[in-house]
Ligand binder design. Structure first.
Ligand code: SF4
Length: 415
């Protein structure tokens, strides 16, 4: 790990970036509160020394920032979270430090607990997702277990990759020790093995998969997913000499996980004989860990739930309620989104013209999938609500095509 000399680090001593330093950041990196599929995401600390070769910070020109530093003080970030229009006590899932640092780095951890205790003192029962590959101790687990309201889930990124050019931390047993510690001391804290990224040639060998599954023997759930193949991390990894099984023609905004690889993972899980359930979706594993239905409503989507425990499938099906147009209008009004065209179907709502930041709060407030139809709009409706318009066969055909595309894509979309 690299340490910048002269920059204070350690508990409670993170440096606050100056206004001009914040202004120089990529706007996404500088955004403290953003909305993602797995939840409302709080990131007032950026910088990480763990040097994962595929790190998403490559995408926003922040990879060389190795020391965690504050964009705003944490107390301010908590206020921003609670005042966000998408935040609903007890409902909105929250993610802490999922974008630009590791929450269990020594300098970051006190801020994690500060946020958790603040939410817990308010009596909020929201899910809180914390993704880490670093050191979680027995004392950390004891502190997490003092919480009484927030439903915390630790998601440990562990993939079985052994090449330190791809994952520097893989040289140590830090992550495996943390998983075992968390699994041994959890009572109300959810513990998930986050099996990602799974990449052909890196960690798809039968014995590697068997090893990862064995590490997940005592956790609540295993969630598997693919790899973000984008130009920035491709260039970084190939410059290090790492063989990347995808080329420049394969760059995509969604993670890469072929049907074949999906089937290979499931076959390995079945062979392993472990009792830990396997999930394709982050929210499914997190919800299951707390005995709750999936907060993203994936049960309405084909091809997601075939590996889910029957008890969980029943829980999700019982909670899955097709929203009325009154409920949809109320959510749109609450989020101040105006007259958005939408169509409520079995399993999902189509909307037109809303980006992810605006769709996900609707999805979480309704517990029902919200998909973007995109352009072009319904013929003759010109971007207005489809209610009251004659939908032509051409429209229906186009919607059917969009539905097929979205259904296929949602299997491995960004969490
Ligand atoms: S039933 Fe489907 S939606 Fe619910 S947790 Fe299982 S996989 Fe996810």
């Amino acid at each position: 790990m690299k340490v910048d000399p002269g920059i204070p680090s350690g508990p409670g001593r993170l440096r606050l970036l100056s206004a001009s330093e914040v202004a120089a950041l990529d706007s996404y990196m500088a955004t403290v509160i953003s909305y993602r599929k797995s939840g409302l995401s709080l990131n007032n600390i950026i910088g990480c020394p763990l040097d994962c070769g595929y790190c998403v910070r490559h995408f926003w020109d922040n990879y060389d920032q190795k020391i965690p530093q504050l964009i705003v003080p944490t107390v301010e970030a908590i206020t921003m979270l609670l005042n966000h229009p998408g935040f609903e006590p007890h409902v909105t899932p929250i993610q802490l430090y999922n974008k630009a640092t590791d929450p269990f780095l020594p300098g970051v951890k006190p801020h994690v607990f500060e946020i958790l205790h603040a939410l817990d003192r308010l009596g909020h029962t929201n899910h809180v997702l914390i993704i880490s590959r670093f050191k979680v101790t027995e004392a950390d687990m004891a502190e997490l277990e003092t919480l009484r309201h927030v439903r915390v889930t630790l998601l440990f990124t562990y993939s079985g990759i052994t090449d330190p050019r791809i994952e520097l931390v893989a040289k140590s047993d830090i992550t495996v020790t943390s998983i075992r510690t968390a699994a041994a001391h959890k009572r109300r804290t959810g513990v998930v093995l986050y099996w990602r990224p799974i990449v052909p040639g890196w960690n798809d060998a039968e014995n590697t998969m068997a090893h990862v599954l064995d590490i997940g023997r005592d956790v609540d759930a295993i969630v598997f997913t693919g790899y973000y193949h984008k130009q920035e991390n491709y260039e970084h990894l190939t410059a290090l000499g790492v063989p990347v099984p995808f080329g420049p023609g394969d760059f995509h905004r969604r993670k890469t996980m072929s049907h074949e690889l999906d089937a290979q993972v499931i076959a390995a899980w079945r062979r392993s004989g472990i009792a830990t359930p396997l999930f394709r979706k982050t929210s499914c594993g997190v919800s299951y860990a707390h005995g709750a239905p999936d907060y993203n409503g994936h049960v309405g989507i084909a091809g997601i739930c075939d590996i889910c425990p029957t008890r969980q499938l029943q829980r999700c099906a019982a909670a899955h309620t097709k929203p009325t147009s009154e409920a949809m209008d109320a959510v749109l009004n609450r989020l101040d989104l105006g007259a958005v065209p939408y169509a409520i179907e079995d399993g999902h709502v189509w909307v037109d013209g809303l980006d992810e930041m605006n769709r996900y709060p609707i999805q979480h407030l309704l517990g029902f999938q919200v998909h973007n139809l995109g352009s072009p709009h319904y013929l003759g409706a010109h971007g207005r609500s489809p209610h009251g318009h004659m939908i032509t066969p051409e429209d229906l055909d186009r919607i059917a095509q969009a539905r097929a595309t979205v259904t296929a894509a949602v299997r491995h979309e960004e969490d």
